[in-house]
Design a protein. Sequence first.
Length: 296
Amino acid sequence: MRTLEAAAFAIVALFVVVRARRDAEPRAFLVRLAGLAVVSFLAEDTCIHAYRFYAYSAEWSLFVDRVPLAILLIWPVVIHSAWDLARHLLGRGHALVPLAGAALVLADAWLIEPVSVAARLWSWSEPGLFGVPPIGVFGWSFHAGLCMLALSRTELSRDGARAAHEPHPLAAALPLVATPLGTHALLVASWWGLFRWVNVALPAWPVVVIAWCLSLALVAWSLAARARQRVPLADMLLRAPAASFFFVLLAVVAAEGHAAAVVAPLTAWVLAFAPPYLSLMSKPDASTDSALARPA
């Protein structure tokens, strides 16, 4: 476990250092990231206490109450990198950026959760796909979407006020304070409105087929829309270490001797996440480079 934690800390440090150096306002970026860490911890820790749907393995070495320190630091990186990607794909200031970013985090969480559960990093008390109930994955999407909505609204306000005066960096984090309450509201509403009624174990292979169909459809859209021209290669490479971590973790799970009936569909499931991201990776042109010069 200590090796996994060290790798997680290294991935977070790499993202923070490289992303801050590439930001036109590194101080504001660091404040945003710190704000995301605080509200994400509050959302997750209160959810664990309130609902008891899952628990982390006791083998994690460093905890902040019920949440491992490594997880506390990872989720802000997941949320911010998805926000960056959504803004590149749709355009900075687009009204649908929070929704697109939430969808990206939903995809990230569907990659992270099954592999982590198979590796016994944490476990769920409710059934679902690969031992993960859908509400657990959607919960992080809800939280991420609310965070991105707050960040996007702050960004627009800062852009509007920039001509008059330079806003204080703390203004980038203040709108985040209500996101834990919003996360709880969406979790309770979605549980009683939908997920409670479909809270069953899901067969793996039919869902894997659906995942591959969706993956290939996204690749077709990406190529047709020339989406890769909007995304700087550096931003995609910043997401690569975290993704690689879970591919390596999957190999560890397979090497531990899990039954083929578990490893085979899980491997097919994880591989379905690669094509859309690979379709976004190409050498950036002048337009994508110039997009990075704008404040983020």
